[in-house]
Design a protein around this ligand. Sequence first.
Ligand SMILES: Cc1cc2nc3c(=O)[nH]c(=O)nc-3n(C[C@H](O)[C@H](O)[C@H](O)COP(=O)(O)OP(=O)(O)OC[C@H]3O[C@@H](n4cnc5c(N)ncnc54)[C@H](O)[C@@H]3O)c2cc1C
Length: 405
Amino acid sequence: MKECMKEYKYIILGAGIAGTSLAYFLSKSQAYEDVLLIDANTSIASEASGAAGAFLSPLLGKDNVFKNLVKNALEFSSKFYLKNMPELYFPCGVLRLPKDKQDENKFIDYEKYLDFTYKKIKNAYFFDVGALVFSSNICKALAKNTKTILGEKILNIEHKDDFWYLKGTSNFKTKNLILCTGHKLKELINEPYLDIRELWGQRIDISTSRKFEHNYHKKCSLSKTYFSKNFNQDIVSIGASHHRFTKNYGKNTFLEEQINLKKLCKNPVSYKQGLSKDLDILISRAREIAPLDDIKILDTFVGARACSIDYFPFVGEIISSKNSLEANKNIKNGLEVPKEKLKYYKNLFVFNGLGGRGFVLAPYLANILASTLTNNPLMQKNILDKHLKKHLDLDIRFFRYARKL
Ligand SMILES: Cc1cc2nc3c(=O)[nH]c(=O)nc-3n(C[C@H](O)[C@H](O)[C@H](O)COP(=O)(O)OP(=O)(O)OC[C@H]3O[C@@H](n4cnc5c(N)ncnc54)[C@H](O)[C@@H]3O)c2cc1C
């Protein structure tokens, strides 16, 4: 007899900070049985979200729309973490140190544009708003009230008779599908204008005889000293390296080194040069912030940030470029047709491209996306200002791509 497939109103694919934040806000207004969160890994936050520091820090620079997005998101997310999961959020502040003389001059230029209150300490700037969050535990806490299936890699998605069908080792059926699949976005939907680039990186947790009261950021971030239940001792997190791979130092070499280092960390290992190229870079950058002694490497984490080319995240219903171009032949000649004339994959959404600021951006944007998905007027009060919305809408990205054809 044919098994009856359970129908969901919403399926969120990917249980990183994007997917779990969305699960949190959707589950607030939906019945438990209506929302399902799926991930290929056997635990939540196993990819970029588990590797993150995760440091929350303001963006310095002249005023622009992206900086404004980070400002709004940082204000929202800090209050959100403090109210809903205070045990996983450390509002310890961050000292931003210039990297060199040129950076020092830039910081002086930026003073009049700084969005958050600060104290100047010599040539550095201390921001109270800086914080640290427990990345994996935050994602687990966000997903707590959502039905979740782990260890289920979805290989294929298909739309038929008003439903999305997801094929993995089991099959799933949903009205609305939201792809929060990080750097693997293209495995399920290959839309050329949703261009995600991988930016790999490493974070390490160490013990050291030095104690730090707050976070620092220079060429990398160094956290305040905090107590880790896992290691039953005070630790410091250092993050993160950045790699777009080249032939000389490819992804395979990097990942092999990381696997070896992870194995070594089964017994905390005293730091010496040469264990891994990436580790040496991180330690030397951290030592530019403060002299670190008696370093023991306790654990290492790697992941790939999913970065869009223009830094803005992808949030919204996905446009089919093939169908939109077929239906509007003039788009290729530079004509911008009204949004209503574009062709969408019905009820297929994306929430991705959070780059290096996932823990700042995700709760803020997930709240907005959830309110759009559920047409919830109360939540919509918090809607983006028009200028910002324009940059986040996918049609801008689609038109930009189409014009290049
Ligand atoms: C080393 C490092 C340090 C960082 N430091 C910071 C920081 O200090 N502060 C900060 O704010 N951000 C930081 N970031 C960035 C932040 O981690 C990312 O922006 C964020 O984690 C992205 O979240 P995500 O949910 O989009 O992606 P991910 O966390 O990668 O989650 C995507 C999920 O989708 C699942 N998935 C993909 N395809 C499928 C499929 N077909 N079927 C089922 N499941 C699937 C994956 O298993 C994965 O769990 C850092 C990132 C790295 C790598």
